[in-house]
Structures are given as structure tokens and as C-alpha cells.
Design a protein around this ligand. Structure first.
Ligand code: NAP
Length: 257
């Protein structure tokens, strides 16, 4: 049996990855900050699917948290075959309203942690000649959308570059770029997502199903759902100014500070 390590496994897309991978028979290592929720999830998936599910409490905004997960990924006696770098969040507010420390924390979780965990996991996978890494980015990577969009653009560029460098090694890397997904993300970020049209919302389990299909096909970029494939195709043709206006406002109304 293979083992998958998922960051941000307490809710939303991470929890959906955990459900899907447990159903497929992978042992799990679940990573996030809320240990009680992780144990709840691990116990449920163990009971339902008979897989081993362990818990690693780590805050990926800290050196200790990133190091702890790096160490787990570097453990050659208990190899991780599939790494899902999913942990992430949105900040409350637009540029200059967000405290600098929160901007830097975002870069730590979305970029530094993803770089270091991908590298720890992929190095070990390359020695074994097989493995996969899914880095959860966003369609925000393709449009102007503050530090969030910029950090996710880095995830896409980094992942696609690393995928090319590791071609032929047996290690697959893929950036996953969902549109709006119903999770805890918007509430946690204090966003009023009411302005997002209903048709733009995706279901977390459906996003994960599309991602797993694309990973098997050997894609290094996955944009789940035909609606978003079409939107992103159209975005390439739109004047930059128009795109900038639409993307920097949609779903970015924030509640009182
Ligand atoms: N929802 C969307 O519309 C959407 C769209 C495109 C991309 N995404 C991306 O999808 C990913 C998952 O987000 P989601 O929508 O599923 O949101 P979510 O429901 O809020 O889940 C976020 C997860 O990340 C974990 N997390 C946050 N900060 C962390 C930290 N410092 N250290 C460790 N874990 C941390 C949280 O767990 P703890 O609080 O327990 O640590 C939680 O499990 C993110 O990278 C997000 O940018 C989301």
C-alpha cells in the first residue's frame, strides 16, 4: 500500500483529498494545526476504509512546523508516495490594508513551505523512481489578485518548472488550479463571498476527482471543470485592464475589521 501526506487536511479541499485517497486505499499522514480535528478525520477514515491514518500537527507558517513535515517526508523507512501541498488561506483586505506580517505569513505558507516540502518529498521519491506531488494553487494564479494571486502564480511556475526538470524520473508534479470552491476558506478570511455568482461555485470532492484524473494522465497543470477551463481561455484574450478590474473585485468584499 502507498502513503499520501496531505497538508491542510482538517477541512475543505484537504479533507476531500483525504476522503478520496483513503477510499482508494492509501495510508494517510494528515497535517495541519488543529490536532483534534485531524484525529477526528484520521479515526473516521481508518474506521471506514481500514487504512492507517496518522496525524502530524504542524504550523507551516513556522520554521519548526515546516521542518517537522520535511523530516517526515525525508524518512526513507516510511516513504511518502504522494504529497498534497494544500494548506493555504486568504488574508482579510486588499493591498496595504493587510498587515505586512500577514502578507509575509502567506508567502511562508504558500511559497516557502511548498518549495521545501516538495523538495523533501520529491528527492525521496526520485530515489525510488516513483511518486507524485500535487501543489494546490488557484485560478487566481492567472489574474491580478493581490499577494494571494501572486503567491499562487509562483506555485504554478515553480511546479511546472520542477515537473520538467524531473521528467523521466518517475516523479510527477502537478499544479492544481481550482476556481471558487465551497470550503471554510472565505469565512476564515472574513470575505463576503455573496457577490460570487452561484454558477461559479465548485464542489470540493468534484475538484479532487478531476485533479486525480489529471495526475494519472500525467498533466502538470489541472484546471478542474469546463466552466473554469473556458473562463481561463477567455481571460487570455481579454484586455489586461478589464481582466484586472473583474478579478481584483470578484469575491473580495470583506467584513468589518
Ligand atoms: N476555496 C476556494 O475557493 C479555493 C480556490 C482555489 C484555491 N484554493 C486553495 O485550496 C487550498 C485549501 O483551501 P480550502 O479552500 O480547502 O480552505 P479551508 O477549508 O480554509 O482549508 C484550509 C486548510 O489549510 C490549513 N492551514 C491553514 N493555515 C495553515 C498553517 N499555517 N499551517 C498548517 N495548515 C494550515 C487549515 O487547517 P488548520 O486551521 O487546522 O491549520 C485547513 O485544513 C488553499 O491552498 C487555497 O488557497 C481554495
Amino acid at each position: 500500500m502507498t502513503t499520501a501526506l496531505i497538508t491542510g487536511a482538517t477541512s475543505g479541499l484537504g479533507a476531500a483529498f483525504a476522503r478520496r485517497l483513503a477510499r482508494d486505499g492509501h495510508h494517510l499522514v494528515l497535517v495541519a494545526r488543529d490536532k483534534d480535528r485531524l484525529w477526528e478525520q484520521a479515526t473516521r477514515l481508518h474506521d471506514l476504509h481500514g487504512v492507517e491514518a496518522s496525524v502530524l500537527k504542524a504550523d507551516l507558517a513556522t520554521e519548526d512546523g515546516i521542518s517537522a513535515v520535511e523530516d517526515r517526508l525525508a524518512d526513507r523507512e516510511h516513504p511518502v508516495d504522494l504529497l498534497i501541498n494544500n494548506a493555504g488561506f486568504g488574508n482579510k483586505g486588499t493591498y496595504l490594508d493587510v498587515p505586512m506580517q500577514d502578507e509575509l505569513t502567506m508567502l511562508k505558507v504558500h511559497c516557502e513551505a511548498v518549495l521545501r516540502l516538495t523538495s523533501a518529498g520529491a528527492a525521496s521519491m526520485r530515489e525510488r523512481g516513483r511518486g507524485g506531488v500535487v501543489n494546490v494553487a488557484s485560478v487566481a494564479a492567472f489574474v491580478p489578485r493581490g499577494t494571494y494571486g501572486a503567491s499562487k502564480a509562483w506555485v504554478v511556475q515553480f511546479t511546472q518548472g520542477a515537473a520538467k526538470d524531473l521528467a523521466g524520473s518517475g516523479v510527477r508534479l502537478m499544479a492544481l488550479c481550482p476556481g471558487f470552491v465551497r470550503t471554510e476558506f472565505h469565512e476564515r478570511a472574513g470575505m463576503d463571498a455573496g457577490s460570487v455568482p452561484r454558477w461559479m461555485w465548485l464542489d470540493a470532492d468534484a475538484v479532487v476527482a478531476a485533479a486525480m484524473k489529471d495526475l494519472v494522465r500525467g498533466r502538470n497543470l489541472s484546471i478542474p471543470d469546463a466552466r473554469y477551463k473556458t473562463l481561463m481561455g477567455a481571460a487570455r484574450l481579454l484586455p489586461r485592464e478589464l481582466l484586472s478590474k473583474a478579478s481584483s473585485t470578484t469575491g473580495r468584499r470583506f467584513g468589518p475589521r
